[in-house]
Design a protein around this ligand. Structure first.
Ligand code: TRP
Length: 341
């Protein structure tokens, strides 16, 4: 932990976009990690960032459904609403209020350098929403409205966490304070990066046109099993050493999934399965994936039938989140010079 973060008690915050379609990649890369952190005895706050989602068009019914489905995915995966705070962003107004302050701290040039902005806006930046441009300032507000010290994110979000640090530094400097912590990103390891079942060089993605390329968290046992059995592979047996996977992206991916689902690494997995042909390994992997994932997908299905249960958890989470955020926003307003704060 950096010196700057040391004066703040450790608090984990992360945001997840409710834009639909949870995959095994999300589970192994993010959800499981978030659930583990909750059990490390640190305060953990997880937010479904519906306000970020609408920086690009979202159908209202789909957004509602996707927000509940994401919550269901977390809860079914072991996120304990008694240990972690789970809520959706729009229900804690302090996020948008602090975001406005940060819009006035961040510089146009900082935003223009963001690679996600450049990628998402594409060639026609004039036609992108103003919200998409300001996205990183809202993300900084998400984090700093809780004085979060640690933010687990994927590699693609590292730049946004660095911008959050720049905003905190500039705010602290401009107002001669040390009110905001300098947050640390906690980047996921490549070990948890799950690739497409059809092409081992592409990340498993909800937006791949082929449903066979991914395992969805809502897939039932038959679907999980058949996708693994039909996954692309090469003709050779599995190697006994990790080095033997170097030029074999599909084989590496399947062994990696096996390793992650059995809480070991590639070397550990190869102790079990090295030397086996795919005809023998694939059914083993399919059984393991079904054993680990189908209880989650059935619990998700149950929760989706009980949306009022999900909504109750989110409302409770929003209340607890506000209890932390409101005094931090109030103090920010005072520092900035707002009368009545
Ligand atoms: N931008 C993040 C993503 O797309 C989501 C996000 C929003 C986030 N606010 C956050 C992540 C705050 C971490 C902390 O994945």
């Amino acid at each position: 932990m950096s010196e700057a973060a040391a004066q703040f008690s450790p608090r984990v915050f992360s945001g997840i976009q409710p834009s639909g379609g949870l995959t095994l990649g999300n589970y192994l890369g993010a959800i499981r990690r978030f659930v583990d952190m909750q059990n490390d005895g640190i305060e953990t706050i997880y937010c479904m960032v519906d306000l970020h989602a609408i920086t690009v068009w979202q159908d209202p019914e789909a957004l509602r459904r996707n927000t509940r489905e994401l919550a269901a995915g977390y809860i079914a995966s072991g996120l304990d609403p008694a240990k972690s705070i789970l809520f959706n962003q729009s229900q804690v107004v302090e996020h948008t209020q602090l975001a406005w302050i940060f819009n006035c701290v961040a510089r146009m040039g900082w935003m223009q350098r963001m690679t996600q902005w450049k990628d998402k806006a594409g060639k026609n930046q004039q036609n992108a929403s103003l919200g998409l441009f300001a996205y990183p300032a809202l993300m900084a507000a998400d984090i700093l409205v809780y004085h979060a010290t640690h933010v687990p994110v994927g590699e693609d979000q590292k730049q946004h966490v660095e911008l959050t640090r720049d905003i905190a530094i500039k705010f602290n400097h401009d107002f001669k304070t040390d009110f905001f912590p300098i947050t640390e990103p906690v980047i996921e390891g490549t070990a948890t990066r799950v690739m497409s079942l059809r092409d081992g060089s592409k990340k498993m993605s909800k937006s791949d046109p082929s449903d066979m390329s991914r395992i969805n968290m809502t897939d039932d046992a038959d679907a999980i099993s058949s996708k693994i059995r039909k996954a692309r592979t090469d003709p050779d047996a599995l190697p006994s050493e990790v080095a033997g996977l170097a030029e074999r992206p599909e084989a590496r991916n399947l062994v990696n999934i096996y390793a992650a689902l059995s809480d070991t690494d590639l070397a550990g997995a190869l102790k079990d399965v090295g030397g086996k042909q795919f005809a023998e390994f694939k059914p083993m992997l399919a059984d393991l994936a079904v054993a680990k994932l189908s209880p989650i997908s059935s619990e998700m299905a149950r929760l989706m039938q009980a949306p009022e249960e999900i909504d109750r958890i989110l409302a409770d989470g929003a209340g607890r989140a506000r209890a932390i955020a409101a005094p931090i926003l109030k103090r920010t307003y005072e520092i900035v010079g707002m009368v009545g704060a």
